[in-house]
Design a protein around this ligand. Structure first.
Ligand code: ACM
Ligand code: ZN
Length: 531
């Protein structure tokens, strides 16, 4: 989007906190158009929330709770409308909204309930933090819509398990920044976390590892110097709990995208059902990190009956149009030695073992399509041949995404360079909790340009951006929040705001809004915010 004079003036004003003598509030992500003005509106105890559409009632309830929690001001069911939520038929983009605060109250208009919800999130940033019976808001006109339709956040619950309440708080953090895709990484070598009724051993056996490596993973060299905590780590979500989370997220306009890893990162599944592997050996759920060559056998038809049985239950639980099947880091060593896999190669006319992954992915994609869903996978799915309708999540840099967009696949950009929140937030790691490695400071997240290297046609294939939170070294929810915040604020701006980024202007806004972290009791890393 080109910078207009108005937006330039707004950017400068937001940095200084002042527009033509009228204080400009900190807003994040930065809306498309912001015009503060001199009027004020006072919201008092007993105000009403007016929404003509019954489908907005739950947003009205959410708004009332949010206003009360931040300001102390209470609404009343029959109070005079101080807040009006209105669905309009005029030309606002999907997810876009208009927010006006003037002498007559607070108006949020949108073409969709999602847009209304995003307007409410912006209102949240405009509210004073207090405990009182009234609060005064400054006049403002905002018109806003997101740059990208996919504003994602991933959470690995295999390496460390998080409770349903923690998952809901995670979703709340996403909602604050207008994220709309929760990528739930439910299966991996170290734990299977979703109940599958047809295959009960997945959770009976596969959800518990006997112990966990302490400290840094040596990367495959496991000897007597490695220490373990000697404590079982387990947990899984029942199907009722999954439905509860999906519903909770939907009420915050967040789609939950489940990830069921296939054909790699499979040890927990193979430990549950040994007949899924090339050798049929009995494995234990993995206790160390990194890549494992024990993967699903592609030669056995029973593997496909299994994964389709799993996915049948998955699609019944998750209304998401997209189902993530992983596809990353899948060694082919076992396939090379397996007579069944070699026979599959021969029967399918494949010359390289890697092509078995393409065969398997294409087969799963057909299955998902027959259930009306789209397959999404990590960028390795490109290496073995994949159809043009698969969506590619670019994590090994943006190159995979660029390659995919050029061949016409849709893409989500989530490169390690800018989006891996399991990396350290600072080069000075003394005093930081142990992290995977790498260094991803706040400004680097902010610098992501998801469309770099693409022409205007290819850019249309970029659905959006996503941060990934792998949890090998994140044992609890407090640390998960610490790794997310404030970096999630930077990615929120990349995913939502028009392409006119200015870090020097962004940082003071982010700092001013940490008051919301405090109000919600979120844990966050303070050092990226220091002068
Ligand atoms: C990945 O980080 N292995 C997708
Ligand atoms: Zn095999």
């Amino acid at each position: 989007m080109r910078k207009t004079l108005l937006t330039l003036l707004i950017s400068a004003a937001l940095a200084s906190g002042c527009t033509q003598g009228v204080e400009t509030p900190a807003l994040l992500p930065l809306p498309s158009q912001v015009s503060p003005h001199a009027s004020t509106y006072t919201l008092r105890d007993g105000y009403g929330i007016d929404c003509q559409d019954a489908e907005l009632n739950f947003i009205a309830d959410y708004t009332s709770r949010m206003i009360h929690d931040l300001t102390g001001v209470s609404s009343s069911p029959d109070g005079k409308a101080g807040v009006r939520l209105t669905l309009t038929t005029d030309s606002l983009p999907t997810e876009g909204y208009r927010l006006r605060i003037g002498r007559k109250g607070i108006d949020i208009e949108a073409a969709s309930p999602a847009g209304i919800f995003y307007g409410v999130q912006t209102l949240r940033q405009l509210l004073p933090q207090q405990e009182a019976s009234s609060c005064t808001l400054h006049g403002i006109d905002i018109q806003d819509s997101p740059r990208f339709g996919w504003r994602g956040l991933h959470l690995d619950v295999s390496r460390h398990f998080f409770t349903v309440d923690e998952i809901k708080r995670f979703i709340d953090v996403m909602a604050m920044y207008k994220f709309n895709r929760f990528h739930w990484h439910l299966t991996d070598d170290q734990g299977w976390r979703i109940e599958i009724v047809k295959y009960p051993e997945l959770t009976r056996i596969g959800s518990v590892r006997a112990r966990t490596l302490i400290g840094k993973d040596p990367g495959g060299e496991y000897d007597e110097t490695c220490r373990y905590d000697e404590t079982p780590h387990g947990g899984f979500y029942t199907q009722d709990e999954i439905r509860d989370v999906v519903e909770y997220a939907a009420r915050r306009f967040i789609t939950v995208i489940p990830e069921i890893e296939f054909p790699g990162h499979a040890v927990a599944a193979l430990a549950s059902y040994p007949w899924l592997s090339c050798t049929g050996e009995q494995y234990e759920v993995r206790q160390t990190w990194d890549i494992d060559d024990r993967v699903f056998c592609i030669g056995r038809d029973s593997t496909f009956r299994f994964i389709e049985g799993v996915l049948e239950e998955v699609v019944a639980l998750f209304p998401s149009a997209y189902i993530h099947i992983g596809g990353d880091e899948c060694p082919t060593d076992r396939w090379e030695r397996c007579p069944r896999c070699r026979e599959r190669m021969r029967a399918e006319g494949l010359s390289r073992p890697r092509q078995l992954q393409g065969y398997a992915t294409t087969r799963i994609e057909r299955f998902l399509r027959s259930h009306g869903r789209r397959l999404i996978g990590w960028d390795e799915i490109l290496d073995s041949g994949v159809s043009q309708t698969a969506v590619v999540m670019s994590w090994r840099g943006t190159e995979g995404g660029i390659r995919a967009a050029r061949r016409g696949n849709e893409v989500v950009m989530a490169p390690t360079t800018h989006c891996y929140f399991d990396y350290y937030q600072t080069a000075d790691t003394a005093g930081e909790p142990l992290a995977w490695g790498g260094c991803l400071p706040l400004d680097k997240v902010y610098a992501l340009n998801p469309c770099e290297g693409l022409d205007s046609v290819q850019r249309a294939s970029v659905l959006g951006v996503q941060a990934n939170l792998w949890t090998e070294y994140i044992p609890d929810f407090a640390q998960a929040q610490y790794m997310l915040l404030p970096r999630l604020g930077a990615l929120a701006e990349v995913g939502w705001a028009p392409d006119r980024k200015d870090y020097a202007e962004f940082l003071p806004r982010l700092r001013r809004l940490t008051r919301l972290y405090d109000a919600c009791g979120y844990v966050y890393a303070p050092h990226p915010l220091a002068d």
